[in-house]
Unconditional design. Sequence first.
Length: 156
Amino acid sequence: MLKCVHYKIEELVPKEVFSALDEQQAWALFDDRALWSLDQIWEYFNAIEPVSIVVNNWLWNGSLSDCGFRNKYSNTGAVYSQHRCGRAFDLHFQKKEQIFQSHPKFTPDYVRKTIILNQMKPEFQFITVLEKDTKSWVHFDTRNILRSNGIVLVNP
């Protein structure tokens, strides 16, 4: 079973899922390619400059709880969202020393462009979709989709 190196399970599931399942059951909700890609993104961007890449922050009394796995009762997103399949994450890039504050360098546009320009690198090999034009997060997923022209950009 693959588990993230840079994230605790509490950062990837909503509080009610964390409370209902044991740790192994919660990790099993995720596609291993999505978890692997999440760690690779963390390592790639932290090699450029130290940065906090937040998925959920409910554990620290933040407002983010549905940016990783979403259960069937969540009102966030589409009914057939890749989040509900454990194949998607919404990432929030924040300064290391200033949690809850967006990082000025790692804007969603910058991160998306960087991933697209480097999509042939092993770090990004499983990313099949990015959402375009999001202002405060970067959505990626690992859905099973034909991507003959590279990563597919979709509307949020």
